[in-house]
Design a protein around this ligand. Structure first.
Ligand SMILES: [Zn+2]
Length: 428
């Protein structure tokens, strides 16, 4: 890398510190709650105005027909591109603009964008409007400092990451926006901490398991067959055999936190018998034997595992119960699945960001893998682009929590890393 250029870029980022803080706060003040997907057009409009002023060509893309897209809640995305002066690679920063619900326990206005004690507070501060703001500042500082660069810089802000990304990156990837012929390097500024490079994520299988029974009067349960008792047998068998089996499966993937460096299984929900009534219902429930009971499984699996075997483990467990328990009947329905992915640590985007982290922070980066998935899954599977990582400011544990915040120093440092990365890839 060119030392004097690095120094000038770092100074250009420092000079934009207040701009970066204000940009992050402005983005937080647009409450892009998902679900249902509020204010997507507004945030894309805000970004379009800003980036057009910085010389970026703007495309606003609505994911028409994608899940959850409607006239009331259209799924808007923005892609901003600034061309260099000669041919070269395209470096793309992808952030999701949606945020999750607020929840309880806040002591600040979740959409106030309050700045205090070197932090910006609000829903989405770390996940991931801080990262989006840092990438914009990095790109603006880079194109101004190095106007004669090769290739192109792209910034996208996309919808629905928190609900699967189908109205966002998945849609754009289907339409060719992440084709390796137009984009060569992708950085997703999710809050993984400014000194960590996230190479990928574990796999996911969600499934609904239903046990079946027969309804009868609750005073004569022997005339029916309780699906809830059958589900009890399933839960017992899980504790006895499935959980110990999963705990024995560990991975070479550097997953953080370390507890996720094995196969895991959560039971996301359980429902049996009569549906729960609305809170304003003042009567009593009716006495019935439950004729069905359902659980939703959230199985996270490792790059060393095969999804067919992940499913077979559960199927075998259910068959074991069926073999010994009278009248046991069940169904398993697949809901959702994502393959694990891990970018090669020797990929150009990884080595370049690693080098920039060493320059800016004077320490070697840590390589990590995310316990849960994020939009890399679509870039990898649909877009067929392997040269992709997550790198951005913010502390992962604060995501989705009350009083979420992002540190201003962290945003500044990661913006420097991003700008130096652009310089290395596009202005050598
Ligand atoms: Zn996120």
């Amino acid at each position: 890398m060119n030392t004097s250029l690095d120094t000038r870029l770092a100074a250009a980022i420092d000079a934009r510190r207040d701009d970066l803080t204000a940009l992050c706060a402005d983005l937080i003040r647009i409450p892009t709650l998902n679900p249902p997907g509020r204010n997507y057009r507004e945030i894309c409009g805000y970004l379009a105005e800003r980036l057009a002023k910085s010389g970026f060509k703007i495309d606003l893309v609505r994911a028409e027909g994608a899940p959850a897209d409607s006239a009331k809640y259209p799924r808007w995305n923005i892609i901003a591109r600034r061309e260099g002066t000669r041919p070269g690679d395209c470096v793309h920063f992808n952030s999701h603009h949606d945020v999750v619900e607020v929840g309880h326990g806040w002591t600040v206005d979740p959409f106030g964008g309050e700045v205090k004690d070197g932090r910006v507070y609000g829903r989405g501060a770390c996940d991931m409007k801080g990262g989006l703001a840092a990438s914009i500042i990095a790109a603006e500082a880079f194109v101004e400092t190095c106007p004669d660069f090769a290739g192109a810089v792209e910034i996208s802000a996309t919808a629905d990451e928190e609900s699967g990304g189908y109205g966002g990156v998945a849609y754009l990837a289907e339409k060719g926006w992440f084709d390796p012929s137009r984009v060569q390097h992708v950085i997703i500024p999710e809050p993984l901490n400014k000194d960590r490079i996230c190479l990928g994520h574990r796999g996911v299988w969600w499934a609904e398991v239903e046990t079946k029974g027969r309804i009868a009067h609750g005073s004569m349960p022997f005339l029916g067959d309780s699906a809830i008792r059958h589900m009890g047998a399933v839960l017992e068998e899980m504790e006895a055999t499935l959980y110990p089996l999963l705990a024995s499966k560990t991975t070479a993937m550097p997953v953080v936190p370390e507890g996720a460096r094995q196969s895991t299984l959560n039971i996301n929900s359980i429902h049996g018998g009569e549906a729960e009534q609305d809170e304003d219902y003042t009567g009593l429930p009716a006495p019935c034997v439950a004729d069905r009971c359902r659980i939703v499984l959230d199985r996270r699996f490792l790059i060393e595992e095969d999804i067919a075997e992940v499913k077979a483990e559960v199927a075998r467990m259910m068959e074991r119960i069926k073999a010994t328990r009278p009248n046991f009947d069940y169904e398993i329905r697949d809901l959702f699945e994502v393959q694990p992915t891990m970018t090669d640590p020797d990929a150009p985007v990884v080595t370049t960001v690693a080098q920039a982290i060493e320059k800016v922070l004077a320490r070697a980066p840590e390589y990590v893998v995310s316990p849960g998935t994020y939009d890399q899954k679509h870039i990898d599977r649909i877009g067929k682009l392997k040269n992709c990582i997550a790198y951005g400011p913010g502390i992962l544990d604060l995501a989705h929590q009350p009083d979420e915040w992002v540190g201003i120093d962290d945003m500044v440092d990661s913006a420097k890393v991003m700008a130096l990365t652009l310089a290395e890839l596009l202005a050598r």
